[in-house]
Design a protein around this ligand. Structure first.
Ligand code: MLT
Length: 316
């Protein structure tokens, strides 16, 4: 009888209760941006349910991810997180959750390039000049990040390793507050996703020097930026992706409804347009299936673990 009741309940999902997406970073940053756009696109396919955002920042996404891992597995609490799901298992010891076994995988949402940006007062007008400034200021440069294990942290660690320059990391609860301090000149450099940086680059509030993708971007605003590989940092490559997760043990019918809704949301023309305008590419096909998502994350863990170890970049 209990099983039947639980089954019937799952069939009603979402029964007039709001669905909460936990964003493990500060409001106004790249993860928050995609989560808010996704929440909007999920509303209709979830039968008009309200989808709300809960910002639970700290520890480079680990606090928010741990909260969802421990939440009731009923479909009403979800996690939107990025590449940290694949890098923290190598970067951080004693993680308070297990990426492989504490979550149900609902699908990849998008891929997002990163940009290397600097405070507006920096005089370097291209990457070569920036490299000269970095070489001449060893020991004096600080670089922002969104906490240990975050995307900006990973990119910054790889950048320091590739340029053989140790910089002072300055952690924030997300890159929204980090970019505010970059604009104010309190920090020198930041590596951050185009979903957060392109409006600031367009408004000329920050200086942009390079992109982290293997090829140049096609969007008009950023198409003239060199790739870091082109600029001399051979094989430098980071692309961020976001995925949607539910706590382990969420009933199968609820997971099916959530995955179906996600598939519809990712085909929503307004969502696609908003993402593309910020340099992101919306996920399609197999990666929007739970199994494809799980396999992709496992492949990313296998890919990043040796890179992180070879670069000697650990968080602790
Ligand atoms: C990151 O660096 O991991 C992201 O920018 C996080 C965020 O603030 O959304």
């Amino acid at each position: 009888a209990i099983l039947l009741a639980a089954g019937a309940h799952a069939q009603d999902f979402p029964a007039g209760k709001p669905v909460t997406i936990v964003v493990p970073f500060a409001a106004g940053g790249p993860t928050d941006r995609v989560a808010r756009d996704l929440a909007e696109a999920l509303r209709k396919p979830l039968g008009g349910a309200s989808v709300i955002i809960d910002n639970v920042p700290g520890a480079g996404s680990s606090i928010g991810a741990a909260k969802v891992a421990r939440a009731a597995p009923d479909g009403y609490t979800l996690l939107l997180n990025h590449i940290a799901m694949a890098t923290v298992p190598t970067l951080v010891r004693n993680l308070p959750f297990k990426v492989e076994s504490d979550f149900e995988y609902l699908g990849i949402v998008n891929d997002v390039p990163m940009t290397l940006i600097a405070k507006p007062s920096l005089s370097a007008s291209n990457y070569a000049e920036l490299a000269g400034w970095i070489a001449g200021n060893k020991g004096r440069i600080n670089i922002g990040n969104a906490g240990i294990g975050s995307a900006s942290h990973l990119c910054g660690l790889l950048f320091q390793s590739a340029t053989k320059t140790e910089m002072t990391p300055v952690p924030y609860k997300g890159t929204a507050p980090a970019i505010t301090d970059l604009i104010g000149g309190q920090i020198d450099l930041l590596c951050d996703q185009t979903t957060n940086t392109s409006p600031q680059i367009e408004a000329k509030k920050v200086k942009a020097y390079a992109v982290t993708t293997p090829r140049r971007l096609t969007m008009p605003l950023l198409k003239d930026l060199p790739t870091l590989d082109e600029a001399g940092l051979k094989n430098f490559q980071v692309t961020i992706w976001h995925g949607l997760y539910a706590p382990k043990g969420t009933p199968a019918p609820v997971l099916k409804k959530l995955n179906d809704a996600l598939k519809v949301a990712l085909k929503d023309p307004d969502f696609i347009k908003r993402e593309e305008a910020l340099g992101a590419v919306v996920a399609t096909d197999g990666r929007v299936e739970p199994e494809g998502h799980r396999k992709f994350v496992a492949a990313e863990i296998a890919k990043w673990s040796p890179i992180i170890k070879a670069a000697g970049v650990y968080a602790d």
